[in-house]
Design a binder for this molecule. Sequence first.
Ligand SMILES: Nc1ncnc2c1ncn2[C@@H]1O[C@H](COP(=O)(O)OP(=O)(O)O)[C@@H](O)[C@H]1O
Ligand SMILES: CC(C)(COP(=O)(O)O)[C@@H](O)C(=O)NCCC(=O)O
Ligand SMILES: [Mn+2]
Length: 924
Amino acid sequence: MAGLTGHPVLEIGDKFEELQNNIFNNNKNKEVIDKAGLVVKGEENSNNNNNNQGGERDMAPPTSNSLHRSGSRPQLDLSKAAIQGNSEERDPTILLPNQSDDISHFALDIGGSLIKLVYFSRHEGQSIDDKRKKTVKEISNGSRRSYPILGGRLHFVKFETSKLNECLDFISSKQLHNGRIDSHYWNSEAPNKENAVIKATGGGAYKFADLFKERLGVSIDKEDEMDCLVAGANFLLKAIRHEAFTHMEGHKEFVQIDHNDLFPYLLVNVGSGVSMIKVDGDGKFQRVSGTNVGGGTYWGLGRLLTKCNSFDELLELSQRGDNRTIDMLVGDIYGGMDYSKIGLSASTIASSFGKAISDKKELEDHRPEDISLSLLRMISYNIGQISYLNALRFGLKRIFFGGFFIRGHAYTMDTISFAVHFWSQGQAQAMFLRHEGFLGALGAFMSYEKLGLDDLMVHQLVERFPMGAPYTGGKIHGPPLGNLNEKISWMEKFVLKGTEITAPVPMAPPGTTGLGGFEVPSSKGGTLRSDASALNVGVLHLVPTLEVFPLLANPKMYEPNTIDLSDHCELEYWFTVLSEHLPDLVDKAVASEGGTDDAKRRGDAFARAFSAHLARLMEEPAAYGKLGLANLLELREECLREFQFLDAYRSIKQRENEVSLAVLPDLLMELDRMDEEARLLTLIEGVLAANIFDWGSRACVDLYHKGTIIDIYRMSRNKMQRPWRVDDFDLFRERMLGSEGKKPRPHKRALLFVDNSGADVVLGMLPLARELLRRGTEVVLVANSLPALNDVTAMELPDIVAEAAKHCDILRRAAEAGGLLVDAMTNTLDGSKENCSSVPLMVVENGCGSPCIDLRQVSSELASAAKHADLIILEGMGRALHTNFNAWFKCEALKLAMVKNQRLAEKLIKGEIYDCVCRYEPAS
Ligand SMILES: Nc1ncnc2c1ncn2[C@@H]1O[C@H](COP(=O)(O)OP(=O)(O)O)[C@@H](O)[C@H]1O
Ligand SMILES: CC(C)(COP(=O)(O)O)[C@@H](O)C(=O)NCCC(=O)O
Ligand SMILES: [Mn+2]
């Protein structure tokens, strides 16, 4: 059969068909091909284990070993993992009792109202014992840094001080107080429980020291509260990318803090009382003022006046209040007129609660809603005004507000911002911190010696928002979550209660508080979310091995996301896309775990958890920091992992790899028959065409459910006519092959960021890698550390390369030189060990587990590999379009992708779905 577009390589399509026919003529092989999935119609969804005889091994959960091999971003603590129930049964449930529980340090801030607890959980060291060991060593050239900081996670929890027992129970149940605290990693001087010391700050560190000794047997090492607040604030402002934000008239905007231009600033901590601290540097500060009218005043007075039972109830009341019924306005005094001579409008509050004097009303005659609003406004405004006056005293322009009085509450922040803006005539700026109330506790935590936390850099911290976090972190709660089953039952209860979080949430229009001048706010925000979902603070993962990708031309200006989700239409569109993809994803995930009842339950819980995240973000897009599409796609993968779906597309990937590897030799033969120029074009076409095998795209998944791989591949090849929608191929060809007889020098090292398993990597990227190798260019295949959709991982690549190398000398020699064939093919065909002098083919992990890549946080091995690279090839929508489309590099870059989403095609390249991008950029 002739090639589908007349191009010779398309015979590969015929080979597919031939393979299919041959196999179907043979019953034994039919099973293989079914498994291999040439026909892909919905076969994955079988929940019946018996249908699955041939694929048992594919479907089995990976061993703990395989997990430990991977991951610059450790996800699971598998220590003491145990099989639940009968270990003989297929796909038994694995319990991870110690997931995130290897706790080595914690610190407390015991305040007048709340106890804040920060604890650190550490992961076991992750050794790289896979086939890439040699590669990794060679690439990093033995120059890997040894980091003083340990990887792990920081968790944030709070309790009411009046319920100290809950806090003590939490500490006991998490074994926070046992002997490991100081004996574990940093401080070997206090090996036993009797000597255990915990860092604590706040008045309660003094008040409750005896109780801690009595109940937990630990001594409290008291840290100064102001020292801690400043240390905590400085750490957050330097280490967390999206920590500080402004909040004006309902609009939240994250502020990029320049580390070299942070000081001086005014820190205002609004707890029970208020402290105002002028901060000039690390450990350099002065408490310049304070006010006793603070959070305790609002909550205390509010409780007396309204009979509310909780702080949140009081805050929620304020949202339905009208303060004009109780505040005396300028208009009330001036007969409805402005006092324009001094710039006061009639609606300006002249005297908070002033109307209560002249009224004949008693307390009962006032609406609690109005009282709460008037009180909140009075206190917030007063704090803003005093803060400004202190900033003025010292010539400070920036004021950061922390403390749990703020509680992420729009109206409170708007009122404070208004006061600062109004009195400073726009000269000073109020900013808020996402970890608002945890400054002191963080500071106390940092006071442990030898922690090295101060040295952590922004790129070494990754914030994650597991569903367990709002539960343990946000809610003032009882016992902690022990294992996944508890989490699931919590999720079930959560939904049964009909909490708003899973219901479709209407988009809040911008400007929710509408606090222009002293006008009556048009709205005071929506219903206050229950504590369980209100937390804007995730778990901070400390990953010392992450680095900034060294080939970014301008790391400071780098923004990974191409699509800005602050545009509400865009946000709504992508939320819909992800929601609609959920049922299919859950099907795949459940099937990947053998379709057991446990897997179904987890699948259901995952769907609810992820929907809850979406609903939360829909309501408040900036809740978890600045939101881009890459964050959403990563959140989905993280959420799958949280519910222990470690590789939802495992069997699909395996099947597509097998099929593609079977036809690879024919493709290579066809390529070798071409001249250099035709070959280069065919190779690039091959990458673009095979990028269609993407289980993350709705359109593609529909295709797979309707047709066979061969149909899809054909359709894809048909789309390959040039010019592509973005087509810099001629430039690239010139760089590779030269013009007018001049041969350019080959690249020294190319980094190929690979994307999907199956045809994409085997028939697209590997042949391109082979071409580069043939030209004398070293090739580093850069793949995910953890699975994401059907993306190939660094762990899977050596086996794929080894299989491909069986049929190709170039790949074999290069893979040997790169140390990829240590186990698979140590000997050449004649049995002798070749001393290869060929350029190496290597594999490195990229440090992430997402379809996109944020190049500010990559694995150290990728960073090392990048140092000698002069060409980067980014492939696929996630890595080359959703992220990095606008990124500039210090070396040449080729961005290749098929656009498998109509809207993105229109927006990004003014094209159509299945259009292709081949963007070549010289070094900048
Ligand atoms: N769930 C809550 N319970 C009690 N107070 C809360 C709650 N959430 C926010 N607050 C407010 O936060 C204030 C305490 O803030 P915080 O920073 O913890 O200070 P402190 O260290 O003085 O306890 C309270 O006085 C109250 O205004
Ligand atoms: C998840 C993906 C980025 C993966 O694409 P890839 O990087 O594999 O080319 C892409 O499939 C995607 O953007 N999907 C969501 C949009 C859609 O379903 O149309
Ligand atoms: Mn992909």
